[in-house]
Design a protein around this ligand. Structure first.
Ligand code: SF4
Length: 363
């Protein structure tokens, strides 16, 4: 069993199962997440007899990056290898005084968004919390990272248990101790897991909206079938009325909606008006994401003028709306382009979404 990636409650369960006092869990956590120990034998404040006994049963393993590439704009793309040789990737994005790490939660993805290259791989592997956290722990620039976003390969809430565990370790004061305000999890809005994310963590949440009306969202995000955005909005509106997270009383936690800008599809003025009407009354911001084209895609990126016009429509209604810059495009590290170099498993069409919501590893 691998100790790296275990949450606080996992470690407490572990030491209690060995009839050890609770403070041993804290000691192990400090070795794992503060001192970055690689072995049990290095955990010198544990009794030597315990370390020897555990050495056969427990390991401390975290994945190392397989390769790194750097873009002209300074963005770096790291690749990692999952069991079965499936590749997953992270992007490290420098921006003035920020250094943002974008992590993957799955190798591939089964949500099937039509504008996303990752979707074409289908789901290959659900990353364990060790594999998610390893992207932070073994990053050469780890100590300079200011923000972590769960926006790489995969849908975080299609792998919720491992994602929650990784958030617990990233933000716990006994773990890496990062501020939850500097962490954002992006999701297409899978219920009831979204409620769990809102209740059990304090991280920022970004909902991948793309289009407000069902008939226009469905062809872009097939998960709309099982997880309609109208239901997600109903939930958020209800929580806003009750003052439940992420709304008042929960500090500066941020909720945002993401819209990928596709020429003539999502960037039309009527689409902006529909988004404005849909999110009315919900304290949230909107991020407009330039689309990064790839071979075989049937979309075109929006013009700057169309994106700015869309922004003006929302801003006129008092909705904070930002236009994201596209980064790392030349090395395939930009939004929606993380798909690994091993494209052999890709299907020409995005996979169907019937299995979304299932748990465990793909068959
Ligand atoms: S955009 Fe995100 S959720 Fe959609 S297919 Fe790509 S990785 Fe999956």
């Amino acid at each position: 069993m691998n100790l790296f990636g275990l949450s606080r409650s996992d470690l407490l369960d572990l030491v209690r199962s060995h009839r050890l006092p609770d403070y041993r869990a804290r000691q192990i956590a400090q070795w794992l997440y503060r001192h970055h120990a690689d072995t049990l034998t290095g955990m010198t404040n544990l009794p030597s007899e315990l370390r020897e006994r555990w050495a056969d049963e427990y390991s401390v393993d975290s994945p190392r990056p397989q390769s790194v590439e750097e873009s002209r704009d300074g963005t770096r793309r790291y690749t990692w290898v999952a069991p079965g040789d499936d590749i997953y990737e992270s992007a490290l994005i420098p921006d003035e005084d920020r250094l943002t790490l974008c992590v993957s939660t799955q190798a591939g993805c089964r949500i099937g968004c039509r504008f996303c290259l990752t979707a074409r791989k289908g789901l290959r592997w659900n990353l364990s919390s060790a594999e998610i956290l390893g992207q932070y722990r073994n990053l050469p620039e780890r100590d300079r990272v200011t923000h972590v976003v769960y926006m790489g390969m995969g849908e975080p809430l299609d792998n919720t248990d491992e994602v929650m565990k990784s958030l617990d370790v990233l933000t716990g004061e006994w773990g890496y101790g990062l501020s939850p305000r500097r962490i954002t999890v992006s999701t297409v809005g899978i219920l009831p897991d979204l409620e769990r994310l809102l209740d059990e963590s304090e991280v920022n949440v970004a909902i991948s909206l793309h289009a407000a009306r069902r008939e226009e969202r469905l062809p872009l995000v097939p998960a709309e079938n099982r997880h309609p955005v109208a239901t997600t909005l109903e939930l958020l509106r209800h929580r806003a009325q009750l003052g439940l997270p992420p709304f008042p009383g929960t500090g500066r936690r941020r909720l945002s909606f993401e819209v990928v800008m596709l020429d003539g599809v999502t960037d039309r003025p009527d689409q902006a008006e529909a988004v404005r009407d849909l999110i009315r009354g919900i304290p949230a911001r909107v991020n407009l994401i330039p689309w990064n084209s790839f071979p075989g895609a049937s979309f075109q990126p929006s013009s700057r003028a169309a994106v700015e016009h869309y922004q003006r429509i929302l801003k006129r209604s008092g909705i904070t709306t930002t236009i994201r810059e596209s980064r790392g495009q030349d090395i395939g590290a930009a939004c929606g382009l993380l798909a690994g170099k091993d494209h052999a498993h890709m299907s020409p069409d995005a996979p169907e979404v019937a299995a979304v919501g299932l748990r465990g590893q793909p068959e």
